[in-house]
Design a protein around this ligand. Structure first.
Ligand code: IFM
Length: 730
């Protein structure tokens, strides 16, 4: 067993939808929620394949909840050994983060006094991402009666299972085959044309028979055990979708044959090796604060689990592959919160994620056109094609129906993606990516802003009106600082890199100018916009107004916190009128300082941090990490730790109260950034990483690795020393 710093443990046997999220296994391609093997009525099983979406009766496309394939039930004779009806003599379940597997140890006594132990683990392979494997040992401790071990694929799963108005069945089962060697079924989505093939095989002693129960397929072994003898059970499952092949059965059959040929132990060994290699670079070790150390590791584990560096056509959903919150959609969360982790520890994955935006560039351009603009307007919520998938309707804080405007008005994602391209380029020197793909995104996004700005002739300035900034409490605002500031930056960078190309490679410059049909007139327009775009920044007071009119709103300061240390709404706030207060959901002005720190001096950061921090409700899990980082930048150390723990524990302590709907993947990225850019104080200076750390009192040291421009930096920070060693990365 891995040492405790690698273990997330569960010692209470129960149905708990939050734990299902925390104990989810995912390998970037497949995600399976941590429901129990038997599958109980009140659980929310979740099996997802990245990129498989469907709409049917749902408001918008959703990541499809596919059949649950890890079903395993034991029967003593004809009686289901239902743990819920037994005395639990011993129970332990643990997530081994080091090797990405979920272990279970369960010792049960049924009503007739028969004691059974079930012990084993399951994992989703990190080397052959189509494979899901499990191994258990079953011991009838004090009896020798006939047992049936039933393995099942449950095709009754639905999205939003618990919600009477929103539940949707997105697939039908087809081409089911049952033999004594395997069970097989295909889930075909109803609206979209996805097909997911699931081939599963139970390996155990005894006679095996299979059944097609129409919405479920089973494979059952009949066993005559001896008292106290261990019965080994193996489950091999292979999942392929028609995103990879049209020959679903044949290809899957081949994959399964290969896997069985290699054998469980060897498959597990190669999976472990892959994980060890990833952790070798990604792990961060904090000495002196076990809670922070483990929580940080859990967040890194999430980031390693949700990405597939081999699939450029998918990105990471806000809730990972861990649940159905936000319908499996991709937001700016990926580029601004998660991407830095990949850039600095797993650049191949970072490139793949940016390629998703390249593959959806056409959809972003269509989106712009549809809305009356030029260039590329990336969707606020994106799924498989890149089209806008934000639902139009949702619920407010009272549960009443409310119009969701983010899909229409939250434009800043377009600039966020441009920022991500440049951040990636700067840290990797991946010019191949930039010249072939990145620059096109940079140009089309700049072009979008060039068309989105409005000229106000009375004030002789460009404006961007009627938007939602990162702080979503305020809708339909004019000249949101974050949006305008990043839009200008986006155009500036497009011009700068075009200029760079012109100087360094006429050929490439000509090619991109022709391909993108850039004219001198357009470039002049961009220059004009840069000079005249209104940026509401009073350089004398240093205080930046979040948007025009924000300072005139009723001011409310947060003074109380709940038992999870999260802000309590100040008295008298009407939750249906949040537009009327200065309270904000998440950082906005501060967000700009986090995304582009080099653009702001220390005094400006400090003044704005001190103004906005007591007005931030942290109603988004994207919020605390940013305050941790900014706090450290300005020397507000005490609060930085508090903010860091809020973000690090968002799921482990469910401090946003919604972990059951999926993991907070952006917060996981924010946690990593708070550790590296915050406590370790990493900055890129003179083309190399530099570190100005501050460690909380109880942290004796911090050790981690970073990849920068194909070199590996090993950093060891103690209270009064920073040791950095650099080695080339092959
Ligand atoms: O992208 C975020 C947004 O900033 C706040 N609401 C939730 C979204 C998805 O995480």
């Amino acid at each position: 067993m891995a040492t405790s710093e690698w273990i997330i443990e569960d010692t209470k046997f129960e149905v708990n939808n939050v734990k299902e999220t925390i104990f989810t296994l995912a390998n970037g391609k497949i995600g399976v929620r941590g429901t129990h093997e038997e599958l109980f009525e009140k659980e929310i099983p979740g099996t997802y394949v990245a990129g498989v979406f469907d709409k049917s009766e749902a408001q918008v496309k959703e990541l499809v909840n596919l059949p649950y394939f890890w079903g395993l039930r034991i029967y003593i004779g004809d009686e289901f050994l239902n743990p819920m009806e037994c005395e639990i003599l011993e129970y332990k379940r643990y997530l081994d983060m080091k090797h990405a597997c979920l272990h279970r140890y369960l010792r049960l006594k049924d009503k007739k006094g028969r004691i059974t132990t079930i012990q084993g683990f399951r994992f989703l392979s990190f080397t052959r991402r189509n494979l899901a494997l499990a191994k258990y040992e079953i011991v009838p401790e004090n009896y020798a009666e006939k047992l049936y071990i039933e393995h099942f694929i449950d095709g009754t799963t639905k999205n939003s299972k618990k919600n009477p108005t929103e539940k949707v069945k997105h697939y039908t089962l087809k081409n089911t085959r049952v033999t004594d060697k395997f069970i097989y079924t295909e889930a075909h989505t109803r609206d979209s044309n996805y097909g997911v093939s699931i081939l599963s095989s139970l390996e155990v002693e005894g006679n095996i028979f299979s059944k097609d129960l129409i919405d479920t397929v089973t494979q059952t072994a009949e066993i005559f055990p001896e008292k106290g003898r261990k019965i080994p059970v193996f489950l091999y499952t292979s999942i392929l979708s028609n995103r990879e092949t049209d020959n679903l059965f044949e290809e899957n059959f081949k994959k399964m044959a290969e896997a069985r040929n290699v054998g469980f132990e060897q498959l597990f060994e190669e999976h472990k090796k892959a994980l060890e290699n990833l952790w070798d670079i990604a792990n961060i070790k904090i000495e002196g604060d076990e809670k922070a150390d483990k929580a940080l590791r859990f967040n890194i584990f999430v980031l390693l689990s949700v990405v597939n560096p081999e699939d450029e056509k998918v990105s990471i959903a806000a809730k990972g592959l861990h649940g159905e919150g936000y319908k499996g959609h991709v937001f700016w969360d990926t580029e601004i919160y998660m991407l830095p982790f990949y850039i600095f520890t797993y650049p191949k994955a970072a490139r793949t994620l940016l390629m998703y935006r390249y593959h959806t560039l056409k959809a972003a351009m269509d989106n712009a056109r549809k809305n009356g603009y030029s260039g590329a307007q990336y969707s606020w919520e994106s799924a498989d094609t890149g089209e806008e998938e934000t639902p139009k309707w949702g619920k407010d804080y009272y549960g009443d129906k409310v119009r969701i405007w983010t899909g229409d008005k939250e434009f800043h994602i377009t600039a966020d993606i441009a920022v991500a391209i440049i951040h990636y380029l700067r840290a990797t020197d991946d010019w191949d990516f930039f010249f072939n793909y990145g620059i096109k995104i940079l140009i089309e996004t700049a072009r979008f802003w060039g068309s989105r700005v409005e000229y106000n002739s009375k004030k002789d300035r460009y404006e961007i009106n009627d938007v939602i900034g990162p702080d979503e409490f305020h809708e339909h605002v004019n000249n949101n600082f974050y949006t305008n500031f990043l839009a200008r930056w986006n155009i500036e960078k497009a011009l700068e890199y075009l200029e760079f190309l012109k100087k360094n490679s006429q050929k490439k410059y000509q090619k991109i100018v022709e391909e993108s049909k850039i004219t001198g007139q357009e470039l002049n327009h961009w220059k004009h916009v840069i000079n005249k775009l209104h940026i509401p920044w009073n350089k004398e007071t240093h205080l930046i107004e979040q948007f025009e009119g924000y300072f005139n709103l009723e001011d409310k300061i947060i003074t109380e916190f709940d038992d999870k240390n999260m802000p309590i709404w100040p008295k008298g706030v009407d939750l249906t009128e949040l537009n009327n207060y200065q309270l904000i959901k998440q950082p906005d002005v501060i967000m700009a300082m986090f995304v582009l720190p080099e653009e702001f001096d220390d005094i400006t950061k400090k003044v704005n941090y001190e103004y906005y921090e007591p007005r931030t409700m942290h109603k988004s899990s994207l919020s605390p990490s940013i305050y941790a980082i900014l706090g450290l930048m300005i020397g507000n150390h005490e609060k930085a730790y508090q903010h860091f723990m809020r973000t690090a524990l968002v799921d482990l302590e469910n401090n946003q109260g919604n972990t059951e709907h999926g993991i907070h993947a952006a917060s996981a990225g924010g946690t990593w950034q708070a550790a590296i850019f915050g406590f370790a104080g990493m900055k890129i200076q003179d083309d190399q990483p530099s570190f100005t750390p501050w460690l909380p009192d109880n942290w004796n040291s911090m050790k981690f690795k970073i990849i920068y421009k194909k070199e590996l930096y090993t950093v060891y920070i103690t209270k009064n020393n920073v040791e950095v060693t650099k080695t080339p990365l092959y």
